[in-house]
Design a binder for this molecule. Sequence first.
Ligand code: SAM
Length: 314
Amino acid sequence: MLPEPFLEILSQTIDGQWLDSVIDSFYSPKDISFFTNPFLEAQDRTLAELASLHLSPTPLCFTTNAFSVPWQAREMLTASAAFNQGKIYICTPSSLLPPLLLAPRPGETVLDLAAAPGGKTIRIAQHMENWGHISAVEPIKDRFFRLNANLKKYSVKIARTYLKDGRTVGRLCQGRFDKTLLDAPCSSEARFKAFEPKSWQHWSMRKVKEMARKQAGLLESAVKSTKPDGEILYCTCSFSPEENELIVNRTLHIFGEKLEVMPIELPKNLPNCQKGIIKWQAKELDPRLESAVRILPNKLMDGLFICRLKKIAS
Ligand code: SAM
């Protein structure tokens, strides 16, 4: 049984029409998704290699070069040469949305402020066709080494990595980046599985508050690091407003007129989403937060909060 205070958060934040299906989604394993790696192998060849293992992946409807297979095929996929040689990267489909919505272009300068193990850095490099510059930051040593290993394995040529606390970057690199992704460390509520108690046993409201303190410092740093006219994409895989709308609300308050909340145009075929919330426990939030998006979990996708900000040129 999932923790009661967590279920309470779901019931207070999720539209009634979705609530039962959202709770059900925690009770069954999700299909496995992956994206292919054009830097190493043409997609047709990778798919042919998987077909020879009797895997017939279904394309994801909302982005390119990404597929899913039934969850029972997980072991076959992770044991495949394609996976071990870096021709595919296994990820949750929701994790493909932040790079897609950040929309980095070839030649741009991009900051990935909380980068390990590197799935989104790799995807950003794919959007940039391995041309431009990515700075990828991670403060935890073993995760930093894993990030480096993954960037090498997936042939990302345009990333430099930094073993650093992301909260220091805004001061060190003011106004340097065209685009910044903050895929913030969070209480990972979207990763809970009712059938795996260890997925939620360390969760508590205290943990949510501890994460919120860190996220606030990181988002401030992300905004400072970004060029005027540049964009920041903030996301977490948590449902608690304390880690999502309240963090952005605080940041909007600090930066005032210098920040705008941008509309998010989601790919078609994604019905499982709702607007950001603008009232939490009697606190009225900035109404622009309605432009944030909450992706709701279903059989395929994990929950995700996304907000796009633009730094206004002064
Ligand atoms: N973007 C990654 C990906 O797609 O593979 C996942 C990032 S994960 C949600 C958050 C990361 O932030 C973790 O690797 C965590 O170690 C890192 N982190 C924790 N504290 C941080 C800090 N102060 N500054 C930057 N990153 C931090």
